[in-house]
Design a protein around this ligand. Structure first.
Ligand SMILES: [Zn+2]
Length: 98
């Protein structure tokens, strides 16, 4: 069964396969592509990162009083751009096919 989630930036609903799972840890938005981390989660299209920053979607999604850091996430997205597996909305498809 395909789970539908909403992107925290553009608010469009999408299969969880096309979204990146994020968790807030110690004030940092942390990418969790394998969905192994605990805590309050949020979902984001990798392409919607800029939009999320502009709209302060991270602080809202994680109900944080302070601005959350996104260095880990930025780094992850930069690396992802050079990785075929993370293009074309196929973020976690390898694992889902198990
Ligand atoms: Zn989006």
């Amino acid at each position: 069964m395909v789970q539908m989630r909403s992107c925290i930036a553009c608010r469009n609903r999408e299969s969880s396969k096309g979204l990146l799972h994020l968790v807030a840890i110690d004030g940092q938005v942390t990418p969790d592509p394998d969905r192994e981390l605990h805590g309050r989660g949020a979902w984001l299209h990798p392409r919607c990162f800029e939009l999320a920053t502009q709209r302060h979607s991270f602080t809202r999604a994680f109900k944080s009083r302070e601005e959350l850091g996104t260095i880990d996430l930025e780094d992850f997205l930069k690396r992802s751009l050079t990785n075929e597996r993370y293009t074309n909305n196929r973020l976690t498809i390898d694992r889902e096919q198990k």
